[in-house]
Design a protein around this ligand. Structure first.
Ligand SMILES: C[S@@+](CC[C@H](N)C(=O)[O-])C[C@H]1O[C@@H](n2cnc3c(N)ncnc32)[C@H](O)[C@@H]1O
Length: 204
């Protein structure tokens, strides 16, 4: 039986080609999520499921040349697009890792960790969050931006969008709030556009 990992990797073999020209239309609130990381010059940042690196330039503007940004993803094709951006803009302080976000072990800790429209594609997302927490420095921030449940959109819309997202290997209607508030005493969760998407912020 084909696993979620195999399905997602296969999906992005094609979607990596059209990702940057299509996703601006529906992967919203990127800048708000990056702002919520409260980045400062020199900080270390991990983006989980970094994809084609669409968030990199905004992150790098904030952490400067002395900061470090690591992008982790298990799709070689998506990482190849990130690599092109790194070469094009001559970013010296960005590293890419081809790893599974469900369970990873890096030799560095971070001031900030970002999931931007990636956690909804990770099957064992709770395990991924726990791995991330193990990589946060004291006082570090974890920010998650993703689709929510479309609860305010009316039953028909909610069903249609959820069906379409599932077809694209995205899970909605997960109880992020319950799990995240069990691991972050200070969790802040904001829901936008009647349940279209959310930003969750946890601090260690
Ligand atoms: C919708 S894209 C988001 C990319 C980027 N963060 C953005 O905001 O544009 C989801 C990314 O998460 C990656 N991904 C999904 N599940 C993953 C996992 N378990 N381990 C590593 N990467 C994963 C996919 O390969 C894909 O590149």
């Amino acid at each position: 039986m084909i696993t979620q990992k195999e399905r997602v990797i296969k999906y992005f073999k094609f979607h990596s080609k059209i990702y940057d020209v299509s996703r601006w239309a529906f992967l919203l609130n990127r800048e708000d999520a990056i702002e919520a990381l409260k980045l400062e010059p020199g900080m270390t940042v991990l983006e989980i499921g970094c994809g084609t690196g669409l968030n990199f330039s905004s992150i790098l503007k904030r952490i400067g040349n002395n900061g470090i940004l690591i992008g982790l993803d298990y799709s070689q094709e998506m990482l190849a697009k990130s690599k092109k951006k790194i070469e094009k803009f001559k970013w010296q302080n960005v590293k890419l890792l081809c790893e599974d976000a469900e369970n990873f072990n890096l030799s560095i800790k971070f001031n900030a960790i970002l999931y931007s429209y990636s956690i909804s594609m990770v099957s064992d997302w709770e395990s991924s969050v726990m791995s991330s927490i193990n990589h946060l420095k004291e006082g570090g921030r974890l920010v998650i931006l993703d689709f929510y449940g479309f609860q305010g959109w009316g039953m028909a819309c909610e069903r249609a969008i959820t069906w379409w997202l599932n077809k694209n290997h995205v899970s909605v209607n997960r109880n992020y709030e319950e799990f995240l508030s069990s691991v972050f005493a200070n969790l802040e969760l904001k829901i936008f556009k009647l349940g279209y998407n959310f930003i969750a912020v946890g601090r260690l």
